[in-house]
Every structure is written in structure tokens, then in C-alpha cells.
Design a protein around this ligand. Sequence first.
Ligand code: ASP
Length: 471
Amino acid sequence: MKRKLNVEVIKDLNKDVKVCGWVNSRRDHGKIIFIDLRDRTGLVQVVFGPNLKPESYKFSQKLRPEWVIEVLGKVQKRPKGMENPKIITGKIEIQATELKILSEAKTLPITISTDGYEINEEKRLKYRYLDLRRQRMKRNLEIRHKVIQFIRDFLIKQNFIEIETPILTKSTPEGSRDFIVPSRLYPEKFYALPQSPQQYKQMLMVAGFEKYFQIARCLRDEDLRGDRQAEHTQLDIEMAFVSQEEIIELTEKLYTNLVRNFFPKKKITKIPFIRMTHKRAMEKYKSDKPDLRKNKKDPNELAFAFITDFPMFKWHEKDKKWGAEHHPFVMPQTQDIKKIKKNPKNILAFQDDFVLNGQEIGGGSIRNTNLDVLTAIFEVLGHKKAEIKKNFKNYFEAFSYGVPPHGGIAPGIDRFLSVVLQEPNIREVIAFPKTSDNKDLMMDIPSEVTNEQLKELHIKVVKKSKQKNNI
Ligand code: ASP
């Protein structure tokens, strides 16, 4: 007989079914034992009573929490007054005829019956495969899955195409540090993991795909600050022949629909979403991601906002040089090269940030397709002219073969979910997150590799003193 999910057996009244899962709890009532059997879809009550075959009876006596079992039995209506409205299968129970123990379980090192906030997080992350058994984590990942599915459907209906871009790519200046990967076949050469698909999505515009999206993983070797992750997921979007307003409107429509569909209790402060220039946000709120909720105590209020007209450049006092406020591929609001080089401070860009309740949840822009302006920008950023052509050869070549005007946006999936689910950090909406100091405690990484591996990669490790290594 084919196994059924717990949620499916509701429809099988008076039929024989096979269900499998984990023993969530057990209650002994003399000759009868009740089990709450848990699978991904929830709990179902199993009754080990008079119908149980004798050889299964002895197994039922042994059952302990978290043992994995298989049960054959008949779906029955629960006796009057015994229904449990708290669970979806609360009107029925399974009268077991046969029981098989598929796997026993030691006592778990963490409790999974609570929401888990009270447990030391390192312990939760070390035993993430157990932590994910808790209902709250199941709910979070299920909503995440549904939200992503919704996004896909929404964009595909509007003629977007989803395209994967490489994970092994080239080091690019996107404001963070790259993770680099040594090449075995090409000694002394490296790949970089993508900080975002920025360059590829622009190449897809040159290629004529016009409306692209991807649920993309972005890898950034961030310094240890705030609620960040070495890898995060973003909804990466790029469009050709589009205005900044159209990009904003698309994002607005998508997020309004998402909230209405999945979080109907939430109230959006203002639709269309609030728009505010960067200048005004800084003057009025001293922040480029102001929290614009009317009532900050209301957990159901969502203040989405677009902060527009960002400066193109940012002065880095420490290094005494200009950096890009976002990334160098953004279109400045002037095409006057002399102005850009002479007065970088005053140059605004067609760049906007997408903000929710005081958190940045994305950023987008119209891209610069004018190669002379792009060169000027790189010069301001301290690159030599000759070097620019070499390092960004793909742009210079590709843009010379017919480039459409284009732009895009990339809202982060993790942060949006953590805000709407009222989770304290993004780790709560990611299946296998790293700790805030970039470790995966379950896999125990980063870890050493063998000398043979290093040799193959032509790499020599210089050992730092133990203390220095211990960040
Ligand atoms: N690539 C940018 C980022 O990841 C977003 C964008 O401009 O589309 O921040």
C-alpha cells in the first residue's frame, strides 16, 4: 500500500491507509495507547487498541518520542467530544492494525515541542535537522516555499523568463568582499562566487531576453556586522526598455499581492508605497532606510517605501577615496563626464532602495549603458583607464553590439520574510543558516582541507598564530 501524508487521510474515512512519520507524543490508557504521529503536514492521532495484530502489540508498548514508524489502519471519525480543533486531522483518528518500527531515536539534545526561542541558538544550529522538526520552523519554510512559488507565477504570467546564472564567476566590485575559489586547472588563477548576478543579468539584456528573473543566491564575504549572512537569496530582476517608475510599480504590485495573499492580517501603511528622495530621508529621518510606520508598536503594520535619487558615490574617509554608493553599473543622473569627474559628491543616480519598516529589503536602478560615462565612473573610483578596459572587457565589448536601455531590482527574500513573520533575525527563515560569525555549526565549517587538495590547487597555507585566527 502506498503511504499517505497525514493531511491526505482526512478524505479517507472508513478506508484502510498507511501512514508514516515520527512519534510526537504517546499517551497510555491501560490497554489502549494513543500516539500523535507527526509528518511534514501535521499530526494525526493513531489508536493502538483491539484491532492491533498481536505481533504489532509488543512494538506499540516500546514506542518512544521521535521513533520513526509505519502504521496500517482504518480512518475513523473520533467519538463525539473527542475532536481536537487545534489540528487539521482533529476530527478523525486511525485505528491501527499493524505497526512497524522503522527507526529508534535517542533522547533529543534539544526540545522541539516549543517555538525554540528559549534554546541556545548555537545548539539549535548544530542540530538544525532536529530544530527544523519544530512546528514554527516548518511553517516558516513552508511559507518561504509558497512565497517563492507565488513570485514565480506572478512574473511568468507577465512574460518574464527565469534563467540561472553561474556560481563560479569573476571577482566584481559590488561593494562587498568576494569569496574566491582557486582554479586547479589554471594555477594562480581564481574564480569568485557571485555577490549577485548583476553582470550576467545585464549580459542577458544584451542577449535580448528583455524580462529576466531568478531566485538567486548571492555570496558576500561580509564583515561580521548585524543580521547578515554570507549567502542570501534575492529575487533578481532585470528588464530592457523600462523606466525606473515601471520597475518600482512592478515591485509594488508583487509585494502588495504577496501580503494580501499570505499575510492578510498585515496592513500596508500606504499604497502606492511611500516614495521619498534620499536627500529628504537623510534630512528628515537621518537614515536612508527610515521606519515610516504610523504606529511602531503595531506588529501588523508594513511600511514599504522606495528611497530614490541616491548619490552615485560615497566618500570612504578611511581609505581617502570614492566608492560606489551601490555599484558602478548604475546610471548617473547626468551624462556630463566633466561634472562627474570634477564633483563626484553632487552626482545623483537613478538608484532606489526598497525599504520595509526601517530595514533595507532591496535595491534597484537603471543601468549605465554609456561606455564613456562608465569609464569616468571607474576613474572616479580610482581605476586606471587601461585597467578599466581590461577588467570590464565584457561590458565594453557587449555594449558595443547593440545594448538596450535596461534596469532592474533585487529584493531580498530572507529579510522580507523575517519582517512579515515577525522573526527576530533572518536565520529563522533560512533552512541552514550560518551563525553571525559565518560558521555552519552543523557541517562544522569552515574547516581545513587536506594537504593533497592544497597541493593540487597550488596553494600554500601560511599558518596564523592561533590567537589571531580566533575571531
Ligand atoms: N545587484 C544589485 C544588488 O545585489 C541589485 C540590483 O541593482 O539589481 O544589490
